[in-house]
Write a protein that binds this ligand. Structure first.
Ligand SMILES: O=C1O[C@H]([C@@H](O)CO)C(O)=C1O
Length: 544
């Protein structure tokens, strides 16, 4: 079946957390409309860019774009931006069931509010049962525009974006306007119905599937439903061997399905909470209401919201990461060996006075001639043809100390991967430029699902750590955290011809260079549609 959508993207004034600012809407909505399809369907989305003065590109996060690498929606990698006033049509097959996302992928525009869910229903029965299916997208929210943030991040001295002002639960949050008395009620008004808390009404005695997704700009989150356990059954479109949590840790770009039974005392409501973890939180909790029908949906629960886990305790987060295994009836075994191992050291650096993030001492500057077009059409001069290194100096580099990284440079070289081979990626975390500090980075791979072979503390060690890899029942995912001062090991097959970004899903970190690009099987990519061309070096290839 074909699922056809027509979207108009524009800026509108909205007050998702009571503070009025310009947000990007799709057909008047943020979060945007949910794409509902069935496994094997073709999705066609006709996007009209009505932003007036701003380019646009939309990425279909978790959809592998097999045979359509040009519709991945990544500006500078797979397509030229959609110009203001233009209409661009994405067309791709949703080949796997599960919960996926879409969001803007041009500059830092995702955090302006252009994001939503893709739900793909399966053809086969699933390994869990439920009565009702509901979705909740989590986000964090800034009051400054992305333009102000970009200007600060690329200024000398560096101006960090700081912690978000609020946390949104399905597009609704609450900023305490009285904390900023200079704001008039025209700008900040806590009685505005737009920022009334998110309510999930549930019928007592039922089993719910809740699809929980995060598209935060910065924050790692702990999600809770007061008094209710959650059984994790799906992660990034793959069935999980069920396990029970009270707090679901979720990183930007991840999706989970959890099973929740509404079997608590039915005469009251319960809190839904979202809290920042892994950073010393200053953002207040995101609060929603888990409304047991027929209690009034606006009735606050009689309790104080449950308190979140300690922000700096890595252990429970690492434990959750390790608990996520493939469902025993849905194990796709990874190849037992790999053809190439790429170790990616994540560091924060100064380069020519500017603050950056680097991978093996190279900070990615995205060119504006999309790699896919440059490689397929043999356009020279569009990017550095020297590949970044496959590793770092294991013996010398101290991941536990601030390092000057004096050799860090900016570049736009890419990794050329041999087609139909097995590649291991080791994400190696390190100290930032602040003493005793390492952050969580959720890394997202375009065009693929990968096996998560393992997580560990400290420096990855080729001799001992590879022996501990889970080759029996590893989960497949498209987004995975690397924990503070730790490492994460992934494996994937280079079987999807195209050019694919792999990057930290923290909006400001990717902007600051925290990403790499992989090419595989470029000679097998079909004819590129001319709609993706027209910018920079691709101008001569554009036939309107
Ligand atoms: O990229 C970052 O910069 C700041 C800080 O390290 C410098 O002020 C921070 O917390 C980041 O994640």
């Amino acid at each position: 079946r074909i699922r056809h959508y027509k979207w108009n993207v524009k800026y509108e004034f909205r007050s998702p957390d009571c503070f009025k600012k310009l947000v990007m809407t799709i057909n008047g909505k943020t979060p945007g409309p949910t794409i509902q399809a069935q496994e094997g369907d073709t999705v066609i989305v006709q996007v009209n860019n009505s932003l007036v003065t701003e380019n646009l590109a939309i990425h279909w996060h978790g959809i592998r774009q097999i045979g359509t690498p040009w519709f991945d929606g990544t500006e500078g990698v797979t397509q030229c931006p959609i110009l203001p006033g233009e209409t661009f049509t994405y067309q791709f097959v949703v080949d796997r069931p599960g919960t996926y996302l879409y969001h803007a992928h041009y500059g830092m525009q995702r955090e302006s509010g252009l994001y939503g869910l893709i739900r793909v229903a399966p053809l086969e029965p699933e390994p869990f049962a439920y009565d009702l299916d509901r979705s909740i997208i989590l986000n964090d929210w800034y009051h400054k525009s992305t333009y102000e943030q970009v200007a600060g991040l690329s200024a000398i001295p560096f101006q960090w974006v700081g912690e978000p002002q609020s946390l949104l639960i399905h597009g609704k949050g609450r900023f305490n306007c009285s904390e900023s008395p200079s704001l008039s009620t025209a700008v900040c008004d806590t009685s505005n119905p737009e920022c009334s808390p998110f309510v999930q009404t549930v019928i007592p005695g039922k089993t719910y599937r809740l699809r929980i997704a995060s598209l935060t700009a910065l924050s790692a989150l702990s999600f809770q439903i007061e008094g209710h356990n959650m059984t994790v059954v799906e992660a990034d479109g793959h069935y999980v061997e069920p396990f029970v949590v009270k707090n679901l840790f979720i990183y930007s770009g991840e999706t989970y399905s959890v099973i929740v039974k509404t079997d608590e005392e039915p005469s009251r409501n319960y809190w839904i909470t979202s809290n920042v973890v892994s950073r010393n939180r200053t953002t207040p909790a995101g609060l929603g209401i888990f409304n047991y029908y027929p209690n009034h949906p606006k009735r606050s629960p009689p309790t104080v919201p449950p308190s979140p886990p300690a922000w700096d305790d890595v252990e429970p987060r690492l434990a959750q990461s390790l608990a996520i295994k493939a469902h025993q009836k849905y194990i796709h075994k990874p190849p037992t060996t790999s053809d190439r191992v790429i170790v990616l050291l994540n560091t924060q650096n100064n380069i020519s006075g500017y603050r950056h993030w680097s991978v093996n001492n190279v900070s990615l500057t995205q060119p504006h001639t999309p790699y896919l077009i440059a490689l397929k059409e043999n356009i020279t001069g569009a990017f550095d043809r020297i590949s970044p290194p496959d590793g770092y100096d294991f013996t010398e580099y101290d991941i536990f100390n601030v390092s000057g990284n004096a050799n860090a440079t900016s570049g736009n070289g890419i990794y050329r991967l041999k087609f139909n081979t097995t590649v291991d990626i080791i994400l190696q975390n390190a100290n930032t430029m602040n003493v005793n500090n390492s952050e969580t980075h959720p890394w997202h791979l375009h065009g693929h699902d990968f096996w998560v072979l393992g997580y560990g503390k400290g420096k990855w060690d080729v001799k001992n750590d590879t022996k501990k890899y889970n080759l029996e029942n590893p989960i497949m995912k498209n987004t995975v955290p690397v924990h503070p001062f730790g490492w994460t090991a992934l494996r994937f097959r280079t079987d999807n011809p195209g050019v694919w970004a792999f990057h930290c899903h923290i909006e400001s970190h990717f902007y600051m260079g925290m990403g790499v690009v992989f090419e595989e099987g470029i000679q097998r990519v079909g004819n590129l549609p001319s709609s993706i061309m027209g910018c920079s070096h691709t101008k001569p290839f554009h036939t309107p």
